[in-house]
Design a protein around this ligand. Structure first.
Ligand code: SF4
Length: 283
């Protein structure tokens, strides 16, 4: 069996940075919590909890003396204001790429542009970005939504950082037709497009494609969609136990990719499990 892990598989820069900050806090024995799960990976979240960093759903759950870690998705300005008003210290692990989108939205919105965000309306990153606008905001997940919306004549459009580029382009085609004064900012993160492009290449070459990531991770779902289009044997696994049994043979070329929230140690465990499964199948 030829088995390879993609170079761009797993933690992106922003997630790695946020996770490192949380473990640093734990090491320094600083009482801290994350506002929402730091990443969409239950196994890594469990490791953080074991180190003493748990997640809270709202600021109401923060105890006196605790510091709040803002995750890489970022938050609305209201959250910072509430922390300040309540005297809650903040460690801001917002990814710099996301913080840049906040700044764009804030500036363009303040100068009178409507803000169009292409992405999933209920994703925390999108909720955070929308919060930086001081005027009208349109969140459009699809081309159909763009066709149906009652759009302004002047707007800036940005994308969810993990969006597939073809989805962004499909919505952009409609917006260019319908918004006469449109400023386009391509805010899809390079880490995501590199991972997507690598997954496309690997899934064209592989007999079996394994996508490792949390079931509630949107970028893992998108990676699986990408791989399934090109490889008929594409599987998503969250843990080594999910690795399908009896599907590998020694001749197979197997490739592994992973969503941005997947730690390296989990990738290695999945790889080892696949190798064992293939050995068992050929005994
Ligand atoms: S995907 Fe990109 S924008 Fe999002 S956290 Fe990772 S590095 Fe930052």
């Amino acid at each position: 069996m030829r088995l390879k892990i993609g170079e761009h598989a797993g933690f992106c820069f922003g997630v790695k940075r946020a996770v490192c900050r949380a473990f640093e806090c734990a090491q320094q024995q600083l009482p801290c919590v994350t506002l929402g799960p730091l990443i969409h990976n239950p196994q890594e979240v469990a490791r953080l909890e074991a180190a003493g960093v748990r997640s809270v759903a709202s600021l109401d759950e923060v105890q006196p003396g605790q510091t709040v870690i803002i995750r890489s998705h970022g938050v609305t300005p209201q959250i910072y204001a509430q922390c300040e008003a309540r005297g809650i210290p903040v460690i801001d692990a917002t990814c710099p790429h996301v913080a840049h989108i906040h700044q764009l939205v804030r500036e363009f919105s303040a100068s009178g542009d409507a803000v169009v965000i292409v992405g999933e309306p209920d994703h925390p990153e999108i909720i955070g970005i929308a919060g930086w606008a001081s005027g009208p905001v349109f969140i459009l997940p699809t081309r159909e939504a763009a066709l149906a919306a009652s759009l302004p004549s002047r707007a800036i459009v940005v994308a969810q950082t993990t969006l597939r580029r073809d989805r962004f382009e499909a919505v952009l085609d409609v917006l260019r037709e319908r918004i006469p004064d449109l400023t386009v900012r391509m805010t899809i993160c390079a880490a995501t497009s590199q991972r997507q492009q690598e997954a496309e290449r690997l899934s064209r070459e592989a007999d079996v494609m394994i996508v490792v990531g949390g079931r509630n991770s949107s970028n893992t779902k998108k990676l699986l969609e990408t791989c399934a289009l090109r490889c008929s044997r594409a599987y998503q696994v969250e843990t080594p136990e999910d690795v399908p049994q009896g599907v590998f043979s020694r001749e197979d070329r197997v490739a592994i990719t992973a969503g941005a929230s997947t730690p390296q140690w989990l990738l290695e465990q999945v790889k080892a499990r696949i190798e064992r499964s293939a050995e068992g199948a050929n005994d």
